[in-house]
Design a protein around this ligand. Structure first.
Ligand code: PEP
Ligand code: MG
Length: 573
C-alpha cells in the first residue's frame, strides 16, 4: 500500500485502475543495415499497424466527438498512403539505413518543407506529419503510445499535467478521476475536473513516478489523498465515503428550485461557470440562476483553426436559448497563460501569465476579436446576454474593447442584422491595478466580475499553477479581501452590480464574507451551486456585516479562516 498527498481540487471519491499517461521513450540511433529487404518489410508492417490503429481511432472519434475530430485522423490516414513520402523512405532504407532513421530523415524534411510554406493550412500539415511519424516510429520500436480517447474500462488518469484540451477530451464514461504531478486549485484542468464532476488531486509532485500503470488506485478529491493498492478494509471505508458523498448530492437537490436568498431575505444570484455549450445542462440541472462566466476560449481549443463567425454564432445562440432569458455573461477570448492555441503560433514567453494574452491579444489581433464580437452581438437577440472583457489592466483597454464592440454593432446594423439594445458590457477584475481603480472603471463599465483565480496570483505574485508556491495562494489574505471590498464598494457607489466568477465564489469560508460585503452574484462550477445556495439560505446577512470591520483588520489568512470558522456560520451538511 502506498499513500500520496496532493491538492484536493474536485470533490468525491473514485476507485479504479491507474492509467498512466507518460510520454513514451522513442529514442533510437542510426544503424547500418545489410538486409534491406527485411528492413523494408519491418517498415511496411509498422505502417500497416499504424493504419489499422488510425482507422479504429477515426471511427471512435467520429462516434464520440463527431465529424470534425474524425477529420484529423482521416488526414493522418491519407499521409500513411502518401506515395511520395513512403517511397522516399524506401529509397533511404535501400541505401542501407535502418527504418527508424530513414523515417526520421524523410519526415523531418517534409516537416521543414511544410513549415516554411506561406499558407496556414499547409503549415498545419507539418503537425500531422509529426504525429503520423511518431505513431510509425512507436510501432517500429514496439512502444505503446498512450491514447486516452480509446478507453474501454474505468480508469484513473495519472499524468504530469493535463492540458485543458486533453482534459476536455476525456471520456467521462470511463475516466473516474485524475491525478497530476503539477498544478493547483485554479489550474484549468482542475476547474474542468470540477465541471465534469470527476474527483481529482493535483500537485502531487511524484504521482507519475510512484503510481504503476494498471495498479488499483483510490482518489479522494475532497481531502487530497491518493492510495495505491489499498487494503480491503480501507477500500471499503472509501466505498462508504463515496456513498456518503452521493447521498449529500441527493440531499442538496431540495435546493434546486429555491431562491438564492439569505435567511434574512437578502437576494443574490448564484450562477454557473461554463467552458463548453454542453456545460449549460449541468448548470440548469443544478438550479443555477444564470451563467456568470462562459469561458469562450474552449471553443477555440482542440481544433486546427479559428472558429468562424457562423460557428460561434450558433454556439452562443444555443447557450442563450437554453438559458431562457436568465442572465448569461459571456467572456471574450481569454487565451494565453496555461491556455494555448497552437495554431496561432504565438512565440514562447518567459512569463506567459504576464504576457501577450486575453484582451491584449484581442486588441492587437483585431480580426479575431471582431469575429467573436459580431457572433456575440448577433446572438444577443436570443437571450439575456452580457459581455465582459478579460484581463483588463487599464481604462484605455476597456475603452478600446468597448469601442470595437460598438463599431461592430453599427456594422451589423448597417448590414441589416438585428442586435439587442440592452446588452450590458462589463469587465473582469483580475489584475490588482483594475481593483485599485475600480471607482474609475465603475463610471464606464456596466458591471464587474471579480476573477479571483488570477487576482490572487497577481496580488501575491504566486503562480496559480505552481505547487511549490501554492502555500502563498491565499484567497483569505487580507490584501485580497481588501481589494474585493474596494471593488464592491466602488461598483455600488456608482449603482453597478458586482459578481465573482473565480473559484473563491464557491468557497464556504469566503461565502459569509462575500455575502456581508454585498457581492451581488456568485458564479461557480455547477457542482458547487446547490451547496452554496444551501449555505446562503442558512446565513443572515445583517449580523454578518457587523464582523466585516474586524475581519478587514486581521493580519493573516489563517486568522481570517479561524475567525470565520469560530464566529460566522459555516454551512455543514
Ligand atoms: C479568474 O481569473 O478568476 C477567472 C475566472 O478566469 P480564469 O480562471 O479563466 O483565468
Ligand atoms: Mg482569469
Amino acid at each position: 500500500m502506498l499513500e500520496l498527498k496532493g491538492i484536493a481540487v474536485s470533490n468525491g471519491i473514485a476507485l479504479a485502475k491507474a492509467y498512466c499517461l507518460i510520454e513514451p521513450d522513442l529514442s533510437f540511433s542510426r544503424v547500418e543495415v545489410s538486409n534491406t529487404e527485411s528492413e523494408n518489410t519491418r517498415f511496411k508492417n509498422a505502417v500497416a499497424t499504424s493504419k489499422l490503429e488510425l482507422q479504429e481511432i477515426c471511427e471512435m472519434a467520429r462516434h464520440k466527438f463527431g465529424e470534425e475530430k474524425a477529420a484529423i485522423f482521416s488526414a493522418h490516414l491519407l499521409l500513411l498512403e502518401d506515395p511520395e513520402m513512403l517511397s522516399a523512405i524506401e529509397v533511404k532504407i535501400n541505401e542501407g539505413i535502418n527504418a527508424e532513421y530513414a523515417l526520421h530523415e524523410v519526415s523531418s524534411m517534409f516537416i521543414a518543407m511544410f513549415e516554411s510554406m506561406d499558407n496556414d493550412y499547409m503549415r498545419e500539415r507539418a503537425a500531422d506529419i509529426r504525429d503520423v511519424a511518431k505513431r510509425i516510429l512507436a510501432h517500429l520500436l514496439g512502444v505503446t503510445i498512450p491514447d486516452y480517447s480509446r478507453l474501454t474500462t474505468d480508469v484513473i488518469i495519472v499524468a504530469e499535467d493535463l492540458t485543458p484540451s486533453m482534459t476536455a477530451q476525456l471520456d467521462t464514461r470511463y475516466v473516474k478521476g485524475f491525478i497530476t504531478d503539477i498544478g493547483g486549485r485554479t489550474s484549468h484542468s482542475a476547474i474542468l475536473a470540477r465541471t465534469m464532476e470527476i474527483p481529482a488531486v493535483v500537485g502531487t509532485k511524484t504521482a507519475t513516478k510512484t503510481i504503476k500503470h494498471g495498479a488499483p488506485v483510490i482518489v479522494d478529491g475532497t481531502n487530497g489523498t491518493i492510495i495505491m493498492n489499498a487494503t480491503e478494509e480501507l477500500s471499503q471505508y472509501y466505498i462508504n465515503q463515496q456513498e456518503a458523498h452521493e447521498k449529500e448530492k441527493r440531499d442538496l437537490a431540495q435546493y434546486r428550485f429555491l431562491e438564492s436568498k439569505s435567511a434574512d431575505g437578502y437576494t443574490v444570484e448564484i450562477g454557473g461557470n461554463i467552458g463548453k455549450p454542453e456545460d449549460v445542462d449541468t448548470v440548469v440541472t443544478n438550479g443555477g440562476d444564470g451563467i456568470g462566466l462562459f469561458r469562450t476560449e474552449f471553443l477555440y481549443m482542440d481544433r486546427q483553426e479559428l472558429p468562424n463567425e457562423e460557428e460561434q454564432f450558433a454556439v452562443y445562440r444555443a447557450v442563450l436559448e437554453k438559458m431562457h432569458d436568465k442572465p448569461t455573461v459571456v467572456r471574450t477570448l481569454d487565451i494565453g497563460g496555461d491556455k494555448n492555441l497552437p495554431y496561432l503560433k504565438l512565440a514562447p514567453e518567459m512569463n506567459p501569465f504576464l504576457g501577450y494574452r486575453a484582451i491584449r491579444l484581442c486588441l492587437d489581433q483585431q480580426e479575431i476579436f471582431r469575429t467573436q464580437l459580431r457572433a456575440l452581438l448577433r446572438a444577443s437577440m436570443f437571450g439575456n446576454l452580457k459581455i465582459m472583457f478579460p484581463m483588463i489592466a487599464t481604462v484605455e483597454e476597456f475603452r478600446a474593447a468597448k469601442a470595437l464592440l460598438l463599431e461592430e454593432q453599427q456594422n451589423l446594423k448597417n448590414e441589416g442584422f438585428a442586435v439587442s439594445g440592452t446588452i450590458e458590457v462589463g469587465m473582469m477584475i483580475e489584475i490588482p491595478s483594475a481593483a485599485i481603480i475600480a471607482d474609475l472603471f465603475a463610471k464606464e463599465a456596466d458591471f464587474f466580475s471579480i476573477g479571483t483565480n488570477d487576482l490572487i496570483q497577481y496580488t501575491l505574485a504566486t503562480d496559480r499553477m505552481n505547487e511549490n508556491v501554492s502555500y502563498l495562494y491565499q484567497p483569505y489574505h487580507p490584501a485580497v479581501l481588501r481589494l474585493i471590498k474596494t471593488v464592491i464598494d466602488a461598483a455600488h457607489s456608482q449603482g453597478k452590480w458586482v459578481g465573482m466568477c473565480g473559484e473563491m465564489a464557491g468557497d464556504e469560508i469566503a461565502i459569509p464574507i462575500l455575502l456581508a460585503l454585498g457581492l451581488d452574484e456568485f458564479s461557480m462550477n455547477a457542482s458547487a451551486i446547490l451547496k452554496t445556495r444551501a449555505q446562503i439560505t442558512k446565513l443572515s446577512r445583517e449580523p454578518l456585516m457587523e464582523h466585516i470591520e474586524h475581519i478587514m483588520m486581521l493580519s493573516t489568512a489563517e486568522d481570517v479562516e479561524h475567525y470565520v470558522r469560530n464566529h460566522l456560520v459555516v454551512y455543514h451538511q
